[in-house]
Design a protein around this ligand. Structure first.
Ligand code: ATP
Ligand code: MG
Length: 256
């Protein structure tokens, strides 16, 4: 049985999509069968994988409207072991509708369970706000991986997420494990970087992953070229860091 992991934080711009795309690609390179699903209406994960607007359908919108099954919305990617369900390009009226549809918190849970037979990892890229698709994603997940970028707001966001998870667990009667907190865009020689790292160690030592993702130009550049870092520059520090993150997650999930 595979595992569903949400990449989530209620803070914007902390590296959720970069982590979702590059972790998924790194797990696929390690020959794990991976499905990445874009649950953010910005469609950033699809753009980062080189999907043009016309290629981002059928996608999550059709799944939520029940016009297509999840399987009908699975697209192949450049990596053999990585499949992808895109978020459609949406008009404002569709976004309204998607928000209403995702009020059904258990919808994704029911739809994704059968896919755990086929994929070892199902990675969900979440939007930066709790209501709607992030909550539906968390309710469908076995665990949550939380990217944290230097800022006191990142700490507040982690605490808010855990509070929300407690509430959600009571609602769904189903625990969501913590896959870990991963530091992103880390700059080793800055004072703010080390203060932030110490705060994370102090507050969350037992769930802080040992892999640290450095600030690295390749990770922002490759998204523009529509490729995961591993296919854009496999020797960059960013690619290597995400390969390490995949190894750490595989070690923590040896049974998969
Ligand atoms: P949102 O909340 O808007 O969905 P996000 O949490 O998904 O944002 P990303 O889109 O992954 O965050 O990253 C925000 C910006 O930082 C992007 O421009 C991305 O290319 C860049 N970025 C992410 N990680 C790194 C890194 N390690 N080094 C350099 N740039 C990075
Ligand atoms: Mg994002």
């Amino acid at each position: 049985m595979g595992k569903i992991i949400s990449i989530a934080s209620p803070k914007g711009g902390v590296g959720k999509t970069t982590t979702a795309v590059n972790l998924a690609a790194s797990l696929a390179v390690a020959e794990k069968k991976v499905l990445l699903i874009d649950l953010d209406t910005s469609g950033a994960a699809g753009i980062s994988l080189g999907f043009a607007d016309n290629d981002r359908a059928p996608g999550v919108y059709q799944i939520l409207k029940y016009t297509h099954s999840v399987r009908q919305c699975i697209h192949k990617t450049e990596l053999k072991e990585l499949d992808f369900v895109p978020m459609n390009p949406l008009k404002p009226v569709d976004e309204e509708r998607i928000n209403r549809l995702s009020d059904n918190k258990m919808l994704l849970h029911q739809l994704l369970i059968p896919l755990k037979q086929e994929y070892q990892y199902i990675i969900l890229d979440c939007p930066p706000f709790i209501r709607g698709l992030m909550t539906a994603a968390l309710a469908a997940s076995d665990s949550v991986l939380i990217p944290a970028k230097v800022s006191h707001l990142s700490i507040e966001a982690i605490e808010k997420l855990f509070e929300h998870l407690k509430w959600l667990e009571r609602f769904t009667n189903r625990p969501v494990a913590t896959e870990g907190i991963v530091q992103t865009m880390y700059e080793s020689r800055t004072k703010s970087g080390s203060i932030f790292q110490n705060t994370l160690i102090e507050k969350f030592n037992n769930i802080l992953l040992s892999t640290v993702i450095p600030k690295n130009i390749t990770l922002s550049e490759c998204a523009y070229y529509g490729k995961p870092a591993i296919l854009y520059d496999a020797n960059s520090k960013g690619s290597i860091a995400y390969l390490e993150l995949a190894q750490e997650i595989m070690r923590n999930n040896e049974y998969l």
